[in-house]
Write a protein that binds this ligand. Structure first.
Ligand code: ADP
Length: 437
């Protein structure tokens, strides 16, 4: 400002000196005309520069100021404005960068974030919030959140700020099948953050855990009740009860005890398979594995079935955990024995497929499985129609195929099941080519 004033007064002094010099040299009338023309020119220049300034003021924010035209005072004005404009553009750019960083960070959050204004209208939301609540990141901006989430429990939650110290569990019609946890976090001047967390997986896991505990309790309760029944019968049996009858009670009780034992062993195996990081990487001799399972299956069948081997491809070495693979194949073979009536045929086969994968399977011509049950076979405790007990034996634990599936998955392989009700089944483990040596 001081510079501008100095330039102005400097200019006036120069003008006065010029007029006085012109008066002394050419006479005072000439000097007066010169001074007058100069004043008119000066006024026109000021009006021109003021016009340029006003034009610029009317431009949208961010338009650079007019360039200086070599006029001392206006040079300073426009130079100052240009500097100011440059600094504010730089500041704006930095603010934009900070805002972009904030947006990227908010987008990277695993939870949904919605910013609401003091009227609970949406100001902004991240992608996750859009996904969880099925909201549109641009079209729904400016809409009251209550108009979009109409569940009564959400309305009640929003109505009382005392609720905001805890989260609300909500299942909304906007995202059917999802379970959400919503929490309002008020911040400056009536604005609030609405945090949205998708808890569907957690809810499913806790339901599964609850079902699992209920199933285990139920599976243990039945044999335990039967065992207690036989033991009480034994206790209360009159002295003259024949020894064969007592032996029968003991035998029945011990069958149930063995059932509980195998249930617990299967549960421990499952939990070990789930917690153990990696299966061993052993060179498993396939022929030995199949022969050992064949011998076990024959012992189980007690010569009631015809059990055969079909080896269509060179027998090789498989990379994997010997005891896990043995238990998986034995489960498939013993199921074939259990679910094939006496006189039936069971075939253990090995072949290399066109894809280079290796297929190790068990085929029986037993009772078969209904199409609708096939997808559920590897669920824990799933048994097809419970009324159809195992052929010639007490019912199984319902965990064998769940264990086999775990083993197969740990070996990056696939468990394939084909079956026709009343005709028989084929269960195959398909190993990827890189597991075969
Ligand atoms: P389980 O101990 O009951 O045999 P699994 O998990 O091994 O448990 O098998 C689950 C269910 O799958 C069995 O209860 C049976 O209903 C059915 N299943 C398995 N293998 C066969 C098969 N080869 N033929 C017919 N049904 C089978």
């Amino acid at each position: 400002m001081n510079d501008a004033r100095a330039a102005f007064f400097g200019g006036m002094l120069l003008l006065t000196l010029c007029v006085v010099a012109a008066g002394l040299v050419f006479g005072w009338p000439h000097a007066a005309i010169t001074a007058l023309s100069f004043c008119v020119y000066f006024l026109l220049r000021q009006m021109q520069e003021i016009g340029r300034l006003l034009d610029w003021v009317r431009q949208p924010l961010g338009t650079p100021p007019p360039v200086a035209m070599g006029d001392g005072v206006w040079d300073m004005v426009f130079g100052g404005l240009t500097r100011h404009h440059r600094d504010s553009m730089l500041e704006r750019h930095q603010l934009n960068l900070a805002l972009d960083r904030f947006r990227l960070a908010a987008e990277a959050l695993p939870d949904g974030v919605v910013i609401l204004d003091d009227a609970q209208q949406i100001e902004w939301m991240n992608r996750q919030a859009g996904l969880c609540l099925s909201l549109h990141a641009t079209a729904d901006v400016g809409t009251r959140i209550l108009h979009l989430l109409r569940e009564p429990e959400f309305q009640i939650y929003l109505a009382d700020p005392n609720n905001f110290d805890h989260a609300l569990l909500l299942s909304t019609t906007r995202s059917p099948g999802r379970f959400l946890q919503l929490q309002m976090m008020p911040f400056s001047a009536g604005r609030s953050l609405l945090l949205v967390r998708d808890t569907t997986q957690l809810v499913r896991m806790s339901t599964m855990r609850r079902d699992f505990v209920a199933n285990v309790s139920h599976e243990l309760k039945t044999p335990l009740t039967v065992t207690l029944g036989f033991l009480e019968a034994l206790e209360d049996a009159p002295a003259e009860t024949p020894p064969e009858e007592r032996a029968h009670y003991v035998q029945m009780a011990s069958t149930q005890a063995r059932r509980m034992q195998s249930l617990i062993e299967d549960l421990l195996t499952l939990s070990m398979l789930e917690t153990d990081a990696q299966p061993k990487d052993e060179c498993v001799d396939l022929l030995k594995l199949i022969e050992s399972v064949l011998a076990d299956a024959q012992a189980l069948s007690k010569n009631q079935h015809e059990i055969l081997l079909e080896i269509d491809s060179p027998v090789i070495i498989i990379h994997g955990d010997k005891s896990e693979l043995h238990s998986a194949l034995l489960n498939l073979a013993s199921n074939a024995v259990h679910y094939t009536p006496a006189g039936g045929r069971i075939v253990l086969h090995w072949r290399i497929l066109e894809t280079g994968e290796g297929e190790l399977g068990v085929t029986d011509n037993g009772i078969g499985i209904a199409l609708s049950d096939i997808d559920r076979l590897t669920e824990r405790f799933f048994r097809t129609d419970r009324g159809r007990a195992r052929v010639g034996n007490a019912s199984g634990t319902g965990l064998g195929l769940a264990i086999a599936k775990q083993v197969v998955e740990r070996h990056h392989s696939k468990l394939m099941i084909r079956s026709v009700l009343g005709q028989g089944s084929t269960f195959c483990i398909v190993f990827p080519a890189d597991r075969l040596a």
